[in-house]
Design a protein around this ligand. Sequence first.
Ligand code: TXA
Ligand code: MG
Length: 349
Amino acid sequence: MKLETKIWDLREYSKNIEEYPYIKEIKDVVLNGGLVALPTETVYGLGADATNQEAVSKIYQAKGRPSDNPLIVHIHDISQMDRFIDKLDPKVRQLMDAFWPGPISFILPLKSGYLCEKVTGGLNSIAVRMPSHLIGRGLLQLINKPIAAPSANISGRPSPTTFDHVFNDLNGRIDGIINGDQSEEGLESTVLDCTQYPFRIARPGSVTQSMIETIIPHSIAQSDFNESAKPIAPGMKYKHYSPDTPITILEGLSQKIPDNDKWNQTAFVVPKSLSHYLPKESIFIKLCEDKDDIKQANHLIYSILHDIDQRDDIVQAYIFGFEKNDNTEAIMNRMLKAAGNQIVNEVSL
Ligand code: TXA
Ligand code: MG
């Protein structure tokens, strides 16, 4: 059944969302079990009342998401966890104090009975995050209930970092979408599994291992996201993004690719400072200014992937592969998924 999806433009109200004329309508939709897409600093989330089984079921339907893939619960205040977490490990609390509100989710042992079962996909742990986005967090405050929110995209499509991305995927499938500008971070949160010690990074994000270990030295066990047979986060086993346009990672761009008319339907997504190496007939898409601008690349990558999908003039795309280090781990993880692990170190026609 096609729903009429309401659109709420809160871009002018980020500091005072309670003054937005339709704010009560948004709150009521959520409290009555509806689905509302909301901006966060990582990506847009598809929010529903995490204590309402029917509402949470609708998230899985709207996204076409496998029901064994658990959701992250979003809060605005640490005291909200009292209802569904038994007692907080002081080390976890230390990390929360350091990084919240912000782009990291913690998987913690679940105290059952308050959140609905569908949120965790039947697991006895729960992922929790406190976003920093003014509108997202303001809304959580106003609703004052834990909100389950996966990324607001159809499963298998790139995560949404703009209102348009959400609209293109979910218009007609959810109750409403809040417009709140492009997500600042651009990649989904770091997911840290704290159900055992040392902790493990279940999904890399912009809060990196070294940032965490600056707060608690040696607190992270090694994991390899791209090779481990059994991912810690169930969501990591699904191919996140299967573009129609074939994508390949291009490692090391250090010499000129010869010009040729045949490149005219090939896009190269590379740092601007390396664009002089590209064949002049090809389509250049800026990933960032320079190859050290990882923050900018994180911010832009999903909108670039969305664009490549929409454009008819691109039949294949190469994306610049960053050298692997603590800062590039997250973006390489997402790009390798988008590329189905296809990597080359030179290109030819
Ligand atoms: O930045 C984000 O985290 C965004 C915004 C909206 O907050 N949300 C997001 O949610 O990316 P989602 O559902 O697309 O990804 C959640 C990931 C999945 O890979 C899921 O398998 C994993 O977290 N996850 C959630 N709960 C878990 C649990 N209890 N144990 C292991 N993995 C869990
Ligand atoms: Mg997702």
